[in-house]
Design a protein around this ligand. Structure first.
Ligand code: SF4
Length: 266
């Protein structure tokens, strides 16, 4: 018998609540096919029923996830989230308590910059200064990011800067997978609203999570990927540049690539 992860049901419940907050109208429930290489075909033919999203939470309470192939539910989102503006979105989620970080944060850190930016920088989570001031990248690493932007003739007002997590993990530890799973829809909605032409993923955590890979940062940096249909380049997090001066040369090369692509597109 498979071992059930301790809080999987709670995690799904919270993720679903988060999606409902973002505007999801319906949820598709169905019998769970056996896992394996034929999963995509099996998913396509599985018995499904569509129910209003509000009822799905109760379904989660009644169904015991992980207790058998026929009982487990699968979810697919049948309606995209839709807020009219970043302000409206921020207002809707700024009191979020979906994960434990909601209880330990000082300030919710939504994002900053031009709401119609062509270029968006994404890090992993707020640090101590960001948590205190409610703005991303304002500590020493943020000041270095400002200097990097200046070096490519750009400014903080031209771009948009955000993180995967909107609340600070205590002691600046790495974000946990469940925290990122719960918070990621917020970032996805920000990208949908901003419609950037390019993304720059700052650091290992942001790159590996958003690109769904375990490839080391050194092999991801300086290359183009795709996230939500937007070209995404990976480079070092400014905090890493503060610790390891040797990364600066590579980061500078990445920034020049980014700037060249930006100028081509705009
Ligand atoms: S980190 Fe994200 S999911 Fe967790 S409480 Fe903050 S906003 Fe909500």
């Amino acid at each position: 018998m498979r071992k059930k992860p301790a809080n999987l049901q709670e995690l799904f419940r919270r993720a679903l609540s988060s999606q409902i907050d973002l505007g999801m109208g319906e949820v598709v429930l169905g019998g769970r096919p056996a896992l394996g290489p034929r999963l995509p075909e099996a998913l396509a033919t599985a018995k499904k029923k569509v129910i209003p999203a509000g009822e799905a939470i109760e379904e989660f309470s009644r169904n015991r996830i992980g207790d058998g192939d026929d009982q487990q539910m699968m979810i697919s989102l049948s309606q995209e989230a839709s807020y009219g503006s970043l302000e409206e979105h921020c207002q809707a989620i700024c009191e979020c308590q979906r994960c434990a970080l909601g209880r330990t944060r000082t300030k919710f850190v939504y994002g900053v910059g031009n709401p119609h930016a062509d270029l968006m920088f994404i890090g992993e989570a707020p640090g101590a200064e960001e948590d205190r001031l409610g703005e991303p990248f304002v500590g020493r690493a943020g000041k270095l990011l400002d200097r990097i932007l200046e070096a490519i003739q750009m400014s903080r007002d031209q771009v948009y800067i955000g993180n995967i997590l909107k609340c600070r993990p205590p002691g600046n530890r790495d974000p946990q997978p469940d925290e990122m799973a719960l918070c990621l829809p917020y970032l996805q909605e920000q990208i949908r609203l901003i419609e950037p032409k390019l993304l720059c993923l700052l650091g290992r955590v942001a790159a590996q999570v958003l690109l769904k890979t375990t490839t080391p940062l050194g092999k991801l940096r300086g290359r183009w990927f795709d996230f939500q249909g937007v070209p995404a380049m990976v480079t070092y997090h400014p905090a890493a540049l503060l610790r390891f001066q040797a990364y600066k040369k590579d980061c500078w090369a990445d920034m020049q690539m980014l700037k060249a692509r930006h100028d081509e597109l705009t």
